[in-house]
Design a protein around this ligand. Structure first.
Ligand code: COA
Length: 163
C-alpha cells in the first residue's frame, strides 16, 4: 500500500536518489527540497520512498507551481504520480491559490507526465524552448537527454481553480 505524506529529514537521501534516476543527476538538490513543500510516496510495508512531488508557493513571479513530480521506475503505472500531484494541488488550493502552473518536460515530442497532470485538471498553455538551459549551466546538473547543457523544451501546464 502506498501512503502520501509530508517529507521528513530522514527521507532526503531516498528522495534525491529517485530524483537523480528519474530527472537527471543533481537536477534536484537538498536546497531545492527546503525551498518548497515536498510530499513523498512511501511504500507502507517496506517503508521505502518511491516518489515525490515539490509544490512551490512563494515563487519569484508570485505564481504557485508544481515544480516537479517523479516516481521510481519499478513503481510506475500505479497511480502514484497522479496521487502526488493531487496532494500538492490540495495543499496549494488550501493556501488560496487561484491557478497553479507546472513546467513539464517534453522529450521526443512527448510529455511523460501529461496524463498525470491532465487527470488533475491541468491543460497545456504554451511551450518554452531551452527552459532549463540557464539552470543546467549554472547548477551543473545533467539532463538525461542532453547532458551538461539542457536544450529541452518545457510545456507549461496550468490548472484553473474555481473562486
Ligand atoms: C511521469 C511520472 C511521474 C508518472 O508517475 P506514475 O506514478 O507512473 O504515474 P501514474 O501511475 O499516476 O500515471 C501513469 C500514466 O502516466 C502515463 N505515463 C507514465 N509514464 C509515461 C511515459 N514515460 N511516457 C508516456 N506516458 C507515461 C501513462 O499514460 C500512465 O497511464 P496508464 O497507467 O493509465 O497507462 C513517472 O513516470 C516519472 O517519474 N517519470 C520520469 C520523470 C518525469 O518525467 N517527471 C515529470 C517531470 S515534469
Amino acid at each position: 500500500m502506498i501512503k502520501i505524506r509530508d517529507l521528513r529529514s530522514a527521507d532526503i537521501d531516498a528522495v534525491l536518489a529517485v530524483a537523480d534516476s528519474q530527472l537527471g543527476e543533481k537536477y534536484i538538490t537538498e536546497a531545492d527540497l527546503s525551498e518548497g513543500k515536498v510530499f513523498v510516496a512511501e511504500e507502507d510495508g517496506l517503508g521505502k520512498i518511491v516518489g515525490f512531488c515539490i509544490a512551490l508557493v512563494a515563487t519569484k513571479d508570485g505564481k504557485p507551481y508544481v515544480r516537479t513530480v517523479a516516481v521510481a521506475q519499478e513503481f510506475s503505472g500505479q497511480g502514484i504520480g497522479t496521487a502526488l500531484v493531487a496532494k500538492a494541488v490540495d495543499y496549494m488550493e488550501g493556501l488560496g491559490a487561484k491557478s497553479i502552473f507546472s513546467p513539464l518536460w517534453k522529450h521526443d515530442g512527448i510529455v511523460n507526465s501529461d496524463v498525470v497532470f491532465r487527470r488533475n485538471g491541468f491543460v497545456p498553455v504554451r511551450e518554452i524552448p531551452d527552459y532549463w538551459l540557464k539552470d543546467s549551466i549554472e547548477k551543473g546538473y545533467l539532463c538525461p537527454v542532453c547532458g551538461k547543457e539542457c536544450h529541452c523544451t518545457c510545456v507549461m501546464y496550468e490548472l484553473y481553480l474555481a473562486d
